[in-house]
Design a protein around this ligand. Structure first.
Ligand code: PHB
Length: 411
């Protein structure tokens, strides 16, 4: 359907992020999207299996296509270290090949006048040792609570080659305090490489969707009783120390965080959501007052359950009509981004509502590399192909870089 033109919409007005250092020309932001299209980094020891991947020209082209003058892209999740990764086709940022690949991506985005943040993503308990070659770590050694759920990729280079393994058979180990400090230090070193060596405009911590920081925030995955768990306040300490560490490394105006206070992905079933996330936001506001932005996933957005099932969960928590406004209020002038379920119709009026400063879009940006232009002109959006989202694929370009910009004859 052709929508009305949106030129007068505030979504096409300027927005300053990074404590005013970056002036965006519009407020439609490419979401961090795992697409598993990176190429193997060949290990020095030929007997070692491939455990990490890096961007090549196809990946560069994907980001280039989605760049607009003064627009912001967030990279796919990039692992700060080997222990936090291992998913086929997803990249890291510790090898020279990673750095060289990401520098090419950043240069291509900058050449078109765009901005790009590096999303730092540690999988914690959601990876398995067969993929990383290391033990799997998380706040506590809690077994995967679905005994039948399989790690979604066949393992390589070890016994059971080609098989899918049950996550519950490979429970992560509880991080010692030294491991926590080392992990934060790996994040900081990755952030330094991102900004200083690759030229990224900032870094975004993946604090959502059941990955390591959210595993600390959630009382079903964090059973600790030390400084890092036991109360909603202590459960925030990992994320807060991480954010402070990053701010000390690259400057707080270059540091952002993505959160999903009502998420359930990766078996997150926290029971103290409001207490935990309001404390986290209050502390972030006081410790990093010049943080670049905060990016939130909408309460009703859901990757696994149906809308009705999600509503039932929200009702059972006494949060039937919850929205993100409490976090908006706490964070005040920090740019506030929303993601989850936005499209060409409901995006209109989003900034005018004063609830949000910008929208983060993923699925529609995948099949419409010229999404901001299409929204500006009220052009129809091309349907996305969900089965081409997550690779790896032999034909990497399909469903990735082969979507043309809008043309008159588009069906
Ligand atoms: C996510 O951040 O939600 C996410 C990351 C990696 C995936 C799927 C989802 O493969």
């Amino acid at each position: 359907m052709v929508q009305p033109k949106n030129a007068d919409s505030k979504i096409f007005s300027q927005l300053r992020i990074a404590n005013g250092d970056i002036k965006l020309n519009h407020r439609i932001i490419l979401a961090p999207l795992t697409r598993n299209r990176n190429v193997p980094c060949i290990p020095k020891d030929p007997l070692e299996p491939v455990r990490t991947w890096c961007p090549d020209e196809v990946v560069v082209e994907y980001y280039r296509q989605r760049t607009t003058e003064g627009g912001l892209l967030v990279s796919e999740g990039i692992n700060p270290n080997q222990q936090g990764g291992g998913m086929p086709g997803t990249p890291g940022l510790w090898l020279p090949e990673h750095i060289a690949g990401w520098k090419k991506v950043v240069d291509a985005v900058h050449a078109k006048g765009g901005y790009i943040y590096c999303q730092l993503w540690h999988q914690g308990r959601t990876t398995i040792e067969h993929m990383t070659g290391m033990c799997t770590v998380s706040p506590s050694g809690v077994a995967w609570n679905d005994p039948e759920e399989l790690y979604p990729y066949p393992v390589k280079g070890c016994r059971g080659e080609g098989e899918s393994l049950k996550l519950a058979d490979y429970t992560s180990i509880e991080m010692t305090v030294d491991m926590i400090k080392d992990t934060i230090s790996d994040f900081c070193e990755a952030a330094r490489r991102a900004v200083e060596e690759c030229g990224f405009d900032g870094v975004e911590v993946h604090g959502a969707n059941g990955y390591l920081p959210e595993q600390f925030l959630s009382d079903n995955t964090n059973l600790r009783t030390d400084h890092y768990g036991g109360t909603p306040q202590k459960a925030c300490n990992f994320s807060l120390e991480l954010m402070e560490g990053l701010a000390g490394t690259v400057g707080q105006q270059k540091v952002a965080i993505r959160l999903s206070p009502f998420g359930m992905y990766n078996q997150i079933r926290g029971t103290k959501r409001m207490e935990t996330f309001t404390h986290l936001c209050r502390q972030l506001k006081s410790r990093l007052p010049n943080m670049s932005y905060a990016s939130f996933i909408e309460p009703r957005y859901e990757q696994v359950f149906s809308a009705n099932e999600k509503d039932a969960f929200l009702r059972s928590w006494g949060l039937a009509s919850v929205d993100l406004s409490i976090f908006r209020k706490i964070l005040g002038s920090t740019p506030f981004l929303t993601a989850g379920g936005w499209n060409d119709t409901n995006v209109r009026g989003l900034v005018e509502s004063s609830q949000y400063d910008a929208v983060v879009m993923g699925r529609w940006f995948t099949s419409n590399p010229d999404l901001p232009q299409r929204l500006l002109e009220g052009r129809p959006l091309r349907q996305y192909e969900r089965e081409r989202f997550y690779g790896p694929f032999q034909d990497r370009e399909r469903g990735y870089t082969d979507y043309d910009p809008w043309c008159q004859n588009e069906s």
